[in-house]
Ligand binder design. Sequence first.
Ligand code: FES
Ligand code: FES
Length: 175
Amino acid sequence: MASYQLKINGEQVFIDNIADDTPLLWVLRDELNLVGTKFGCGGGYCGACTVHVDGKAVRSCLLPVSALTGQSITTIEGLANGDELHPLQQAWIDQDVPQCGYCQAGQIMNAAALLQHNAKPSIEDIESAMAGNLCRCGCYVRIKSAIVSVAAQMAVDIVGIYDPETSLGVKELQS
Ligand code: FES
Ligand code: FES
């Protein structure tokens, strides 16, 4: 058993008397009451537990707390900028993406990492990046549509144009 200091959602938190191999998911939910991150399979297969570690999407059910000292962890609770939702969170609301909602924090965190590292993803990039995040309610079309809408807006913001023939377009979802 050991104590750890972790940086989670911009704050330093202290965890006492915890086993070195305790997965981050357990720390978040059981020690810190950050229950937006969900337990799905517990084996790295579903993506429900996805959070960011130093900006990369990771499966918190697989990461031991002992591997996280000095790294910056972001959960769904820390994705918004104060009262301002992350654009993906807003798109999720605007497009009524969730059904039961259980997988959605992991979906959003995975999509946010994608857009952070690839500001102008193709449809194939999105499909590839999201392929490992499962949704038992089958909300895949709305999930992809919401990501496309945010990526398309980012493309407009970045290059000042939006060319649906060569870049992103909701039309592609319908073909
Ligand atoms: S709970 Fe972590 S991948 Fe399923
Ligand atoms: S919305 Fe129910 S599991 Fe995805």
